[in-house]
Design a binder for this molecule. Structure first.
Ligand code: NAP
Length: 309
């Protein structure tokens, strides 16, 4: 079995940048990419805040990042990591193989947060969606509501409007958007109705979504709206299971705790991007995290070698 210097888990901006930096230091690298949990970047319709790239689709940018990496990127889902105790330190098992690793970079990203309301799970794919770019075009001429007040929700609502969706509403649980001012100003000028202080209570329908029950958290008033589509854009939950199993600590919000070198509490294990306790979740910061983690892993492996000599 091949012994890798670094096994990188996750092929989003953090994982791919880590691979780029690690391989340039001459490290033997493999990237493991769980295609069931694709990077959330793939769902961005337009990226226009990544320096050096004026405008690109999320998928386009991700493909360019993949092309730049020379190490193998394998479509394999990691099942477990175990500590070996020997010089290779870790054994990574996937649904299609096993990898011995001297160091690991966890760049597993995050998955869509669920609203946890009745009807949500039942109507996924039948009117409930977590991806405007993927499913928005299906709602051309129809009525939709987007839940959330961050960049994803606001950008999603604006994209739906651009796609020709007849009626787009946005519901946010507070009276002020979390989205960047740039996007907040845009939606306020767009004509999209914003339901302030409002949360979803239940999604109803038959074969497809027909209605959503909304509650105003201040007045407690309940309203039933006729909708064909409900887009839930309420943030994300970090994918930490694999790392937790080898004792990587998380903070109170569930992100992997890291120091300035993106080292976790487990020697030889680094965390980068959305899964880590990074103060800003953007493509540019995920890339930065990946570069820092790879460089720290290189320094660590070098120090291990010099200890042996
Ligand atoms: P986010 O910034 O965490 O915002 C989530 C939104 O959903 C918040 O407004 C939050 O309300 C609301 N929310 C959370 N749980 C809820 C619940 N159970 N019920 C109702 N509402 C709920 O998530 P995001 O918009 O997906 O963005 C994630 C990260 O990606 C952010 O760092 C964002 O800047 C970045 N991003 C950037 C861009 C870009 O173009 N620059 C695009 C997309 C995403 P509260 O405001 O009350 O907490």
């Amino acid at each position: 079995m091949d012994i890798y210097d670094v096994v990188i888990i996750g092929a989003g901006p953090a994982g791919l940048t880590a691979a780029l930096y690690a391989e340039r230091q001459g490290l033997h690298v493999v990237v493991l990419d769980n295609i069931e949990e694709q990077s959330l970047l793939a769902e961005a319709d337009i990226v226009d805040n990544y320096p050096g790239v004026k405008s690109a689709t999320g998928m386009g940018l991700l493909e360019t990042m993949r092309d730049q990496v020379k190490s193998p990127i394998k479509s394999e889902k990691v099942i477990s990591i175990t500590k070996n105790g020997g010089p290779t330190k870790f054994l990574v098992k996937t649904d299609d193989g096993e990898y011995n690793a001297k160091a690991i970079i966890l760049a597993t990203g995050a998955t869509h947060r669920k609203a946890g309301i009745p009807g949500e799970e039942e109507f996924v794919g039948r009117g409930v969606s977590y991806c405007v770019v993927c499913d928005g075009p299906l709602f051309k001429g129809k009525r939709t509501i987007v839940i959330g007040g961050g960049n994803s929700a606001v950008k999603g609502a604006l994209s739906l409007q651009k796609m020709g969706v007849a009626d787009v509403k946005l519901a946010h649980r507070r009276d002020e958007l979390r989205a960047e001012r740039f996007w907040a100003e845009k939606i306020k000028k767009s004509g999209i109705e914003i339901l302030w202080d409002t949360i979803p209570k239940e999604i109803k329908g038959d074969k497809f979504v027909k209605k959503i029950v909304m509650v105003n958290v201040k007045t407690k008033k309940t309203t039933e709206l006729d909708v064909d589509g409900v887009f839930i854009e309420i943030g994300s939950t970090p994918s930490t299971q694999i790392g937790k199993a080898i004792g990587v600590e998380t903070d109170e919000r569930g992100f992997f705790k890291t120091n300035k070198n993106k080292e976790t509490n487990v020697e030889g294990v680094y965390a980068a991007g959305d899964v880590s306790d990074t103060p800003l979740r953007q493509i540019v910061t995920a890339c930065s995290d990946g570069a820092i983690a790879a460089t720290a892993a290189y320094e660590y492996l070098k120090s291990q070698e010099s200890k042996k000599a």
